[in-house]
Design a protein around this ligand. Structure first.
Ligand code: FES
Ligand code: FES
Length: 161
């Protein structure tokens, strides 16, 4: 199979790869690079568990070709926070008991980060938070504690994270 050189910026590190043209970003992250934070489920942009940040915006990595990410900045859940210091959203999810099985949580947190950065400078309403995370499905929590956690960070940071 033909493979082409591709350099990807992932969590601030440059990765020199050889990729097949049909490989998705999700496949490259999980199978080629070994970052398992973005999860695999529907592969049809329906569930949101594969969400990563592309130039700061939440995207479904299961429907993006790796090639489409050339020259752009990719952040996965492994790249959030700093060494030894969780991101405020990660801390809030723990504090509010918003994590059960955890499968949706990487996508949920990155979706929340993208949303709070978009609303930077003001505190979004709970309805806005609910709408923002509506593309990320959680089968465990009933969403209330997730919304509580995001709302708490929004109140602490006035949106931007
Ligand atoms: S696996 Fe990508 S949206 Fe479901
Ligand atoms: S915590 Fe289990 S799917 Fe959300």
């Amino acid at each position: 199979m033909t493979r082409v050189p591709l350099t990807l910026s992932i969590n601030g590190e440059m990765h020199e790869l050889l990729v097949a043209p049909h490989w998705t970003l999700l496949y490259v992250l999980r199978t080629v690079i070994g970052l398992s934070g973005a999860k695999e489920n529907c592969l049809e942009a329906e569930c949101g568990v594969c969400t990563v940040l592309l130039d700061g915006k939440a995207v479904n990595s299961c429907i993006l070709l790796a090639e489409q990410c050339r020259g752009r900045s990719i952040v996965t859940i492994e790249g959030l926070g700093t060494s030894g210091q969780l991101h405020p959203l990660q801390e809030a999810f723990i504090r509010h008991g918003a994590v059960q099985c955890g499968y949706c949580i990487p996508g949920m947190i990155l979706t929340a980060k993208s949303f709070l950065d978009e609303t930077s400078g003001r505190v979004p309403t709970r309805d806005e938070i609910r709408e923002a995370i509506s593309g990320t499905l959680c089968r465990c929590t009933g969403y209330q504690k997730i919304i509580d956690a995001i709302a708490a960070v929004a109140a602490e940071t006035k949106g931007g994270t």
